[in-house]
Design a protein around this ligand. Structure first.
Ligand SMILES: NCc1ccc(-c2ccco2)nc1
Length: 329
């Protein structure tokens, strides 16, 4: 068995990617953010305060004949961007891309932080990280993918995120036609709940790859490519108008400046992110100053290969072999 779901950028800056997920009987379809950087499936629901839920599609367990309360279970989560949510837990049927998990833990939000309240295009997250990262107490629950893995043709999924285009999450199979290059594999470390890996080096503007290894995570739920200061500086030293903008909390530059590409080595392959993909968006509607897709990871303590990097590749999240595959797109 397999599954295949389309995913779409939420806005003109590719801030996040929205995938439709069907929950309950009859189906309640919610727009969710698939996040390989976390391990909880949570949703805005009939239990979310009305003022917070305004504008969001919500899940109502009371309207699903297959919903069951997981009595005594609660959850609470805080993300790297300081957003947070918490609540209680139901089990219900959850279908993604045509593949159904009958008894999936669906974490219902009774509290959501302002960032989520304001982001009305998503109704929650689908964690695609490792089960060890699940935040349900007293008994942690499995992710949708973990529940599905043993029934899928292969225990893996792929992410094909695109700039201002429809992409896909495929479960149980690899559509190699989505990639231009060969898929290079490297070991994945799931011990922290993330899809951790080590890139073998980097280069700016098509120069030869240096051999500085970079340990980080492949995170579909983070917009940016977040790397150490020395790499960020090496890149923006090639961007004449680049400067750090305190109010934006990041490097900005003239929108009309041509940006160099950025490459990193992984699994024996070189993944090159085009300059265009590294110019994320004007800092404000109509501004001629743009915000960089590559920013510093130095104050978060972990390197994150977020959507800016993932957009350049077909990425294979191979649970069965505990490895990550990367192919140039
Ligand atoms: N990396 C996980 C994640 C995903 C989305 C969000 C978010 C906050 C407000 C809107 O969206 N926060 C964290």
């Amino acid at each position: 068995q397999t599954g295949s779901a389309n995913t779409n950028p939420s806005d003109s800056a590719d801030d996040e990617y929205i995938t439709s997920v069907s929950i309950g009987t009859p189906a309640q379809v919610l727009p969710l953010d698939f996040d390989t950087g976390s391990s909880d499936l949570w949703v805005f629901s009939s239990e979310t305060p009305k003022s917070s839920a305004s504008g969001h599609v919500t899940y109502s367990p009371s309207k699903s004949s297959t919903a069951k309360k997981l009595s005594g279970s609660t959850w609470s989560i805080e993300y790297g961007d300081k957003s947070s949510s918490s609540g209680d837990v139901y089990t219900d049927v959850v279908t993604i891309g045509g593949f159904s998990v009958k008894t999936q833990a669906v974490e219902s939000a009774t509290k959501v932080s302002t960032q989520f309240v304001q982001d009305t295009v998503i109704s929650g997250l689908v964690g695609l990280g490792f089960d060890i990262g699940n935040q349900v107490s007293p008994r942690p629950q499995k992710t949708w993918f973990s529940n599905a893995a043993s029934s899928l043709a292969e225990p893996l999924f792929t992410a094909d995120l695109r700039h201002q285009e429809t992409g896909s999450y495929n479960f149980g199979f690899i559509d190699t036609s989505l990639a231009k290059g060969t898929i290079g594999y490297t070991p994945a470390d799931g011990s922290e709940g993330y899809w951790g890996f080590t890139a073998t080096g980097y280069s700016v503007g098509g120069a030869k790859l240096n051999r500085n290894s970079i340990t980080g995570i492949a995170d579909t739920g983070t917009t940016l490519l977040l790397l150490p200061d020395n790499i960020v500086d090496a890149y923006y030293n090639n961007v004449e108008s680049a400067q750090y903008d305190d109010s934006q909390e990041g490097v900005v530059f003239d929108c009309d400046e041509d940006l160099p590409s950025f490459s990193f080595g992984v699994g024996g392959q070189t993944i090159t992110i085009s300059g265009d993909l590294l110019n994320l968006t004007p800092i404000e509607e109509g501004s001629s100053t743009c915000f960089g897709g590559l920013q510093s990871s130095s104050d978060i303590g972990i390197n994150i290969f977020g959507d800016v990097a993932l957009k350049a590749a077909l990425v294979v999240f191979d649970l069965g072999n505990e490895r990550l595959g990367w192919a140039q797109k």
